[in-house]
Write a protein that binds this ligand. Structure first.
Ligand SMILES: Cc1cc2nc3c(=O)[nH]c(=O)nc-3n(C[C@H](O)[C@H](O)[C@H](O)COP(=O)(O)OP(=O)(O)OC[C@H]3O[C@@H](n4cnc5c(N)ncnc54)[C@H](O)[C@@H]3O)c2cc1C
Length: 338
């Protein structure tokens, strides 16, 4: 049965088909609500229901510990009556913004023992339009997709740069090291909600795990190009020093912004070899180096458990829950986009 969904204090209303999630119905109707993983992990789509009732899609759960008492996860709930939503934010999507390209491998460099930096070029004259922090999907020949964040800033729009960790046995990522210049990949972009608001000038702490550095790099390079000035800290974690693979980018930011603070966190390195890095996980480094996060914004990118640990540490340090933004690298094929 179809239900009607409206957004509080707006003229927006759309239909939601039986069994469809509130988030999918909104995206299908061209309305973007905050979201990232679309699998109930990251909590980015948590929002309120001002009127009406919901149940879990496929009778599953529709809350997690990122939800406050009056919130549900729009990606996991379906209406059982007409609804009025009270989302944290919303905007109209531009239907012509997302495009498919046949992109050619321009270069493929091993930047760490298990990480490829893959540069793709778009066909001559075509431009990739995206915002810093968004991701693309690689379309595989079995019909599935894999998501990868752009690591280049949007101003460099004749191609995209990806940082891809080789997951042992992974259908796509384990093959990436074999790609050579001239090989073609089918890609579609852009995807993803842009969590960071431009007008915000409060101190920001970026927390990246492994290749979660890719969207952070895009955001910081974009800020650099736009000469944004605000207090910034980057905490970047890996098991070993080689996992902090693009130190030159960090040095560039430090040179450009003398107050830019960088903390490398290494979780699997003997104390005598740790150097100036923090010995431990990124959530522990956050607690140690940023004990008071009131008035800050935290942007976190990495695996689901890492994002959950960072969120909990940030809130323990006084961060307001609404000021935590996460892009979560949920493993496996991407959820189908409506
Ligand atoms: C929004 C978004 C952005 C992403 N951006 C990036 C990025 O910039 N760089 C990047 O390297 N990855 C990124 N990912 C992860 C990426 O989309 C793939 O999931 C990953 O590369 C594995 O794909 P695969 O085909 O090799 O493995 P699959 O064949 O899909 O999986 C093989 C097996 O490995 C497991 N697995 C898959 N990924 C992981 C993992 N990361 N850790 C542990 N086990 C895993 C699977 O559960 C499965 O059992 C992102 C994911 C999302 C949702």
């Amino acid at each position: 049965m179809t239900h009607r969904i409206a957004i509080e204090n707006s003229d927006i209303a759309f239909d939601c088909a039986s069994g469809q999630s509130v988030l999918d119905a909104a995206l299908q109707a061209g309305i973007e609500l905050p979201y990232s993983c679309r699998k109930g992990v990251c909590g980015s789509c948590a929002g309120g229901i001002a009127l009406g009732e919901v149940s879990g899609v496929n009778a599953g759960t529709f809350r997690n510990d990122t939800c406050s008492a009056d919130q549900v996860l729009y990606c996991l709930c379906a209406p059982t009556s007409d609804l009025v939503l009270k989302p944290l934010s919303w905007k109209r999507l531009d239907p012509s913004a997302r495009k498919k390209f046949s992109a050619k491998v321009y270069s493929n460099e091993l930047v760490a023992p298990d990480i490829s930096q893959l540069r793709l070029r778009l066909p001559a004259g075509q431009r990739a339009k995206f915002q810093a922090g968004q991701y693309l999907q690689v379309l595989l020949d079995d019909g599935s997709q894999r998501s990868y964040s752009m690591a280049n800033p949007p101003q460099e729009s004749d191609g995209v740069t990806l940082h891809i960790r080789h997951v042992p046995g992974g259908r796509f990522s384990a093959q990436v090291a074999q790609l050579t210049p001239g090989d073609t990949l089918q890609i579609e972009l852009p995807f993803g909600h842009v969590a960071l608001r431009e007008e915000n000038s409060r101190p920001i702490v970026f927390v990246a795990g492994g290749t979660g550095f890719a969207p952070v790099k895009s955001i910081l390079d974009d800020m650099l190009k736009r000469r944004v000035k605000r207090p910034m800290t980057l905490i970047w974690g890996a098991r070993e020093a080689s996992g902090l693979y693009l130190r030159a980018a960090v040095e560039r930011w430090q040179k450009q912004w003398p107050d830019f603070r960088f903390i490398g966190a290494l979780s699997d390195v003997a104390a005598e070899a740790i150097g100036d890095a923090y010995a431990g996980r990124v959530d522990q480094a956050l607690l140690a180096h940023c004990p008071d996060l009131s008035g800050h914004v935290v942007y976190c990118c990495g695996s689901p458990p890492m994002a959950a640990a960072v969120r909990s540490a940030a809130i323990d340090s006084g961060l307001a829950a609404n000021d935590f933004h996460a892009d979560v690298f949920v493993p496996g094929p991407a959820a189908v986009q409506p």
